[in-house]
Design a protein around this ligand. Structure first.
Ligand code: KG4
Ligand code: ZN
Length: 337
């Protein structure tokens, strides 16, 4: 079965073709991605209306690109999947509309996918996929969650952020440092030049025994530290603050992940979502989990942030597990929240 998947929840348009296999994981046949970063950069963040319009422009050319790369025809598509939410309403509507229109024209069924389930299952696209069960750390721009994952569709929430997400903490701190959008990768780059111990920033909820997170206070602490540096901090001071901010986020995320592994007795950790691309987080997690005789799985670096492959994959895995039955129903709704 060939599943064509569309991702359009925020600032990336992604299309992918995934094929299910008897008794094996589905495989990615091809995918195409267009990032809107350069378009939004001038505005310092994602402009929802511009995002929607660009998804409209990109969806069909990316579909053609995907099918050509896979050596497939539109008629070979058996199911059309799309991100139902969460995300920007207008952006989601474009992907859902294109997917449902294509499916209607082909007479094929559709399937809406939860964006976070796409991130969660994206490590199954890697050459060395994890086995169930595992602890999942989902760290994106909108979510920070720890989950126990026993099978496709069997997810138990262990803890989550009570305010900002880890990605948001990166983005908001980056903005304070004048780094622009997208903040996470920019802050991570600047942090490479800095001393992570230079500023003593808070590690919220670190010493509480639960598995919840809180990052709103960190942003305030970064703002205060910046103010104390005066109107013109040096490049080195900014790099030190970036490194200290990253260190605070990484430490909290790392310690809570280890705590979740200890609490569940599971030795496998799967890290997904955009912040999973952070090099410091990866390096420190690898060392800490290995010490614990466990193993960390990540999606391939280019599949950490939003993409169509993870959406087609999540649809394929749900169908294979008998959890979803695609429907010949071309009315659609999106779930921004
Ligand atoms: O998963 P994602 O692409 O979109 C959402 O579903 O939110 O995650 C985007 C988030 C943004 O907050 C971005 O700044 C962050 O992931 N991010 C990073 C890095 N790459 C992306 N944060 C830290 N270091 C990175 N290298
Ligand atoms: Zn995402």
């Amino acid at each position: 079965m060939n599943i064509l998947g569309f991702e359009s929840s925020c600032d990336e348009t992604g299309v992918a073709l995934v094929q299910t296999r008897e008794g094996a994981l589905p495989v990615l046949r091809a995918h195409a991605l267009h990032s809107q970063i350069s378009m939004h950069q001038a505005f310092g963040g994602v402009v929802p209306e511009l995002a929607s319009r660009d998804h409209v422009r990109r969806a069909l050319p990316l579909t053609r690109e995907t099918l050509d790369a896979a050596g497939a025809r539109l008629e070979d598509v058996d199911v059309v999947a799309f991100t139902r939410g969460p995300g920007l309403a207008g952006a989601l509507l474009v992907g859902a509309g294109v997917a449902c229109a294509l499916a209607a024209a082909l007479g094929k069924p559709t399937l809406g996918v939860h964006h976070l389930e796409g991130h969660l299952l994206s490590p199954f696209l890697s050459p060395d996929p994890p086995e169930f069960p595992f602890v999942a750390l989902l760290v994106s721009g909108g979510h920070t969650q720890l989950m126990r994952v026993d099978a496709v569709g069997s997810y138990t929430l262990l803890g989550e952020t009570i305010d900002d997400a880890a990605g948001e903490a990166f983005d908001k701190s980056a903005k304070l440092l004048g780094l622009g959008y997208p903040g996470g990768p920019a802050l991570a780059r600047l942090a490479e030049q800095g001393d992570p111990t230079a500023f003593d920033l808070p590690r919220p909820l670190l010493h509480q025994p639960n598995l919840d997170f809180s990052f709103a206070g960190l942003k305030t602490a970064v703002a205060t530290a910046l103010r104390k540096l005066g109107p013109e901090p040096t490049d080195q001071q900014k790099a030190d603050l970036a490194a200290s901010t990253q260190a605070a986020i990484v430490e909290v995320v790392l310690k809570k992940s280890l705590r979740a592994m200890k609490a569940t007795g599971l030795k496998r950790l799967v890290v997904a979502g955009g912040v999973g691309a952070n090099r410091a987080l990866r390096e420190q997690l690898n060392v800490a989990v290995a010490r614990f005789h466990g193993r960390v799985h990540y999606p391939e670096l280019h599949l950490c942030t939003d993409n169509g492959a993870m959406i087609a994959m999540a649809a394929a895995m749900r169908i294979q597990a008998g959890l979803a039955s695609p429907a010949l129903d071309y009315t659609f709704e999106v779930k921004p929240r």
